[in-house]
Design a protein around this ligand. Structure first.
Ligand SMILES: [Zn+2]
Length: 246
C-alpha cells in the first residue's frame, strides 16, 4: 500500500478482500432451477466483491431437470437445490459470497425475501410467484429482473423505480390451464441458459445504474431467431403501483 493512499481507499480494499463483507450489496436470486442456475453462474463468474448472492428455493434436485439446471449434479439428486447450488459456486468461485434461504417465495414471506436487496432476479416458473415477487419488489422499491422460458421462447424485462412493472403488462395471472406450463410445453435448455445469463447481465447493469430493459419486455424465439423489445408504458390503475402509493 502506498503511503499516500487515502484511508478510505485502503478500507475499501480491505472490505473487498473480506469474505463476510457486510457492505456488499445483496443480489437475490429466487429459484435455483433452469434460469437461476445460469444466472448465478454468470453473477459469480463476474466475481464482483461488492456483491453477495442470496439463493432462495425450497425444492430438491430432481434428475429430470438436470440438463438445464447446470449447477446440480447427479450426485446432488434429493439434496436441497440451494445447498447444491451454493456448493457448486463455492467449488468454482471460492471467493464469491453466497448465502441461502430454503423457502418458497409466497404471500407470507416474499416481502422479507426481497426487502433490502440491491436487485432481485425472478427465476421462478409460476405466474403466481411472478406476480407476488413483482408486487413485493414494487412495494419495497427494489429493482427486479424478470425472466421466463417456455419451449423455444424466452423473455426478460426489468422493473425499476418509475418503470412499468410485470403487472402493468399482464394485469393478473392467466386462468389456470389457459397457458401452457413449462412441464406441458417443455423447455429448451439452451434457451434457459441464454435468458438466465442475460438476466444476470441486466442485474449487473442495474447495480451500475444503467438498466437496459427497464419497463421493456425483450422477447426471443430461438427457433425463428426473431427478437423484439417492446417498451411497456406504466398502466394507470396497476394494482402493484397503487399499493405502492397507498
Ligand atoms: Zn405496474
Amino acid at each position: 500500500m502506498s503511503e499516500r493512499e487515502p484511508a478510505s481507499v485502503s478500507e475499501a480494499r480491505r472490505a473487498r478482500g473480506s469474505d463476510s463483507d457486510a457492505t456488499a450489496r445483496a443480489v437475490v436470486v429466487i429459484g435455483a432451477g433452469g434460469l437461476g442456475c445460469p444466472a448465478l453462474w454468470e453473477l459469480a463468474r463476474v466475481g464482483r466483491a461488492d456483491v453477495r448472492l442470496v439463493i432462495v428455493d425450497d425444492d430438491v434436485v430432481d434428475l429430470s431437470n438436470l440438463q438445464r439446471q447446470i449447477l446440480h449434479r447427479e450426485a446432488d439428486v434429493g439434496r436441497p437445490k440451494v445447498e447444491s447450488a451454493r456448493d457448486a459456486l463455492a467449488r468454482r468461485f471460492p471467493k464469491v459470497q453466497v448465502s441461502v434461504r430454503r423457502e418458497r417465495a409466497g404471500a407470507a414471506n416474499v416481502r422479507a425475501i426481497v426487502s433490502g436487496a440491491a436487485v432481485v432476479l425472478d427465476g421462478t416458473d409460476s405466474f403466481g410467484a411472478k406476480f407476488l415477487i413483482n408486487d413485493a419488489c414494487v412495494a419495497e422499491g427494489v429493482p427486479l429482473v424478470h425472466g421466463a422460458v417456455v419451449g423455444w421462447g424466452g423473455q426478460l424485462m426489468s422493473v425499476t423505480g418509475g418503470s412499468a412493472c410485470f403487472r402493468c403488462l399482464f394485469e393478473a395471472p392467466p386462468p389456470e390451464g389457459s397457458v401452457a406450463s413449462c412441464e406441458q410445453a417443455g423447455i429448451i435448455g439452451a434457451v434457459a441458459g441464454v435468458i438466465g445469463a442475460r438476466m444476470a447481465e441486466e442485474a449487473l447493469a442495474i447495480l451500475d445504474g444503467t438498466p437496459r430493459l427497464a419497463g421493456a419486455l425483450d422477447v426471443w424465439d430461438a427457433r425463428s431467431l426473431e427478437r423484439r423489445t417492446v417498451r411497456i408504458k406504466p398502466r394507470a390503475g396497476c394494482e402493484a403501483h397503487m399499493r405502492e402509493v397507498a
